[in-house]
Design a binder for this molecule. Structure first.
Ligand code: TYD
Ligand code: MG
Length: 454
């Protein structure tokens, strides 16, 4: 019998080493190396460079002859927002990883998608987390037709693959990848090596059979997908399910997508009949106050391919601490520090001795620099205790020299604002060129000018 070789693989980055150590030499994480069994090496290739005699050469294709994206028929999940995040639907033969906190609605979403797809395609729901009775109960609660839903409760990868190969589904859900285990490895289910090997075999299955596979992945306390990050490299798309605690709205974000725009955002509401797509998310992210309050400014941000209105709220209050607090929720903390410094240096606004809190309403995260101007306006509005005019929106990037820099898709953002009933916009001068949107847009070259204008 061949001797099994033990390796130590990092839980965080997936790198493997022959010896254990307290810190991963690759990514620097502490206590993340786990013992696992090395996968059996593949059959040895020919020895020595250039000695390829006996190896059959493979066929090379011209890209023009390859079936294009247009001729691929994407599978619609029946949920418009999920299709949008996927770039227009599931691509046959692709593998999607769906991550999210426990209880956020991953199983619910995929069961709903399966119920829609099952009408025209063979589909399979593999669950290693719940019993068939629990899945059936959920399907009944969601008013889905249980007659067409096929479920397999199994945790052995080999059995799952054999069943899938026999039934040839066009859509398969694996809930979750951490519960699967393969006989090829001796480590426990959920261990790095197991998760990686199971995912690799499922990717192989998807590519060979043309089945669209969705893997559910658990998320750790730090917010990263549990198990090795290598999973993200293997799959075609990585979707994250996010939510504000206590909110009934759920956001699905594509952090990677080989068949669509990354950072695309889908919005759902959790109801007693499952997840419902929210078609007009701008409406829910505005706080719904009819009269503007001090410290609030509406921003037109862009998530993936769609502009969206969100409300930025700021609170500036005198501090009793020697180190005043700087709290940012929904925006980058460092960005807030930078904005405060620029406002101080270039617009003469002193906030150094005040506590500063900034929050984006609706539990959404805004990662783009176009939010700078709206944050600065909200901060000034709170400091002066004066509300901004009603029907005003703002966007624009602020540079370290205090200049306002244009952002991309300005016209589209203005159109969205006009469509939502806003009538005034403060934007960088560079975004004014050729604007046709029905909104009064004022352009500024510097932050100081923009702050003075309101
Ligand atoms: P679930 O899909 O089991 O979450 P996950 O698979 O991500 O762990 O979601 C369960 C949660 O959703 C649970 O807290 C109850 C809630 N829920 C509803 O509010 N309405 C519904 O119709 C269903 C099925 C679940
Ligand atoms: Mg679940």
């Amino acid at each position: 019998m061949a001797k099994t070789k033990t390796i130590y693989a990092c839980r965080e980055c997936g790198a493997s080493f022959p010896k254990w150590s307290g810190q991963c030499p690759d990514c620097g994480a502490w206590n993340s190396l786990e013992e696992s069994v090395a996968a059996p090496a593949a059959a040895k290739g020919p020895k020595g460079r250039g000695n390829w005699a006996g190896t059959a050469s493979a066929e090379v294709v011209r890209l023009a002859d390859v079936q294009g994206e247009d001729s691929i028929r994407r599978l619609s999940s029946g949920l418009t927002e999920l299709d949008r995040v996927l770039g227009g639907g599931l691509v046959p033969g692709s593998v999607v990883l769906l991550g999210g906190d426990p209880g956020i609605g991953k199983s619910t979403l995929l069961l709903q998608a399966q119920a829609h797809l099952a009408a025209n395609h063979a589909s399979l729901y593999v669950t290693g987390e719940e019993s068939a009775a629990q899945v059936a109960m959920r399907a009944r609660r969601l008013d889905l037709d249980p007659a067409r839903l096929e479920c397999l409760t199994e945790t052995s990868l080999e059995t799952v693959l054999a069943t899938a190969a026999a039934r040839r589904p066009a859509f398969m859900v694996v809930d979750s990848i951490q519960t699967l285990w393969t006989e090829a490895l001796q480590s426990a289910p959920g261990a790095v090596a197991q998760v990686r090997e199971c995912a690799a075999r499922l990717v192989q299955f998807a590519k060979q059979s043309g089945c669209a596979v969705v893997l559910v992945g658990h998320v750790t306390k730090e917010g990263a997908l549990a198990g090795p990050r290598v999973l993200e490299h293997m799959v075609d798309a990585v979707l994250y399910f996010e939510s504000d605690s206590g909110s009934r709205f759920r956001l699905v974000r594509a952090v990677k997508n080989r068949f669509g725009a990354a950072n695309e955002l889908g919005v759902f509401a959790m109801t007693d009949k499952g997840l419902k797509a929210v078609g007009n998310p701008s409406a829910i992210f505005l706080s719904g106050q009819s009269e503007p309050a001090p410290g609030s400014c509406v921003l037109v941000t862009r998530e993936g391919t769609r502009p969206m209105m969100v409300e930025v709220q700021a609170l500036v209050a005198p501090s009793t601490l020697s180190n005043p607090r700087r709290v940012a929720v929904g925006i980058d903390q460092n960005r807030l520090g930078m904005l405060l410094a620029v406002m101080n240096r270039h617009a003469g606004i002193q906030i150094g001795d005040q506590d500063v809190f900034v929050n984006v309403a609706g539990g959404i995260r805004v990662n783009e620099t176009a939010s700078d101007l709206a944050i600065a306006l909200a901060l000034k509005s709170s400091l002066k205790e004066q509300a901004l005019p009603k029907g005003l929106v703002a966007f624009g990037e602020i540079g370290l020299a205090g200049e306002l820099r244009p952002v991309y898709n300005g016209e589209e953002r203005l159109r969205e604002a006009a469509g939502q009933g806003f009538d005034q916009a403060l934007v960088p001068e560079g975004n004014l060129k050729g604007v046709k949107a029905r909104i009064t847009a004022r352009g500024f070259r510097t932050l100081a000018q923009a702050l003075q204008a309101v």
